[in-house]
Design a protein around this ligand. Sequence first.
Ligand SMILES: NC(=O)c1ccc[n+]([C@@H]2O[C@H](COP(=O)([O-])OP(=O)(O)OC[C@H]3O[C@@H](n4cnc5c(N)ncnc54)[C@H](O)[C@@H]3O)[C@@H](O)[C@H]2O)c1
Length: 233
Amino acid sequence: MRVAVLGSGAIGGVVISALESGEVPGARLTAVVNLGDSLEDALPLADLVVECAGQRALAELGPKVIDAGKDLLVVSIGALTDDALHERLRGGPGRLFLTSGAIGGLDLLRAAALMAPLETVRIVTTKKPSTLGVPDTGGPVEVMRGPARQIAAAFPKSTNVAAAVALAAGSFDIVEAVVMADPAATLTSHVITASGPAGDYRFEIRNRPSEQNPASSQVVPHAVLTALRELAR
Ligand SMILES: NC(=O)c1ccc[n+]([C@@H]2O[C@H](COP(=O)([O-])OP(=O)(O)OC[C@H]3O[C@@H](n4cnc5c(N)ncnc54)[C@H](O)[C@@H]3O)[C@@H](O)[C@H]2O)c1
């Protein structure tokens, strides 16, 4: 599998190094596309493009990847709150894949929602105020609460997870997202709760932030590499 990586920041950089050192059997790095580089030059060299460049880049470049018949693995899942973009990316001929990114439990939420619609779903994300770009008031404060679609758009670098939960739950409308700022949050936390006819669920994730970009967690590139391992088998 020939892989092009879009964006070489905190997430893309780790993915690129791992591919370069042959850590993913069956996959090799054939192109890196950064700001100012031409995606069009990279597309003929790739079977799959990994987007690690942000929601705006995904909205702009994702359709070109899919239209060229290349597969697209996405980390900036929050961009898919735009229904038209999501439909476009699902329309082929290339295939759309999503990484689990910073969180887990999505497989179980998807199964539960498939059995019968979930009744309540909530994700509470807590990060340091500086990471969220809000004032430090000395203690934990709720910064925003609302539908997942609204929160993912308001904090594009920090709440891709809210969109990932909503897509797994099969509805943006039932997912409430809460963003908390806490100066004591040395780890970024996501608490996901859901309930419905299939049962009651609670997942608590506490991730170490990336040193390069505290808005991202260190585990995210490894979630991307896990997906690449599956796709390259
Ligand atoms: N799904 C998840 O759980 C999850 C978790 C963390 C981050 N993310 C998403 O991943 C994105 C990347 O995170 P990061 O920490 O690596 O960010 P980063 O800022 O460290 O790196 C982004 C990289 O993308 C490049 N870039 C920006 N626009 C581009 C464009 N149009 N074309 C090509 N390259 C472009 C930048 O130059 C930079 O190298 C975030 O913006 C966020 O949306 C998702």
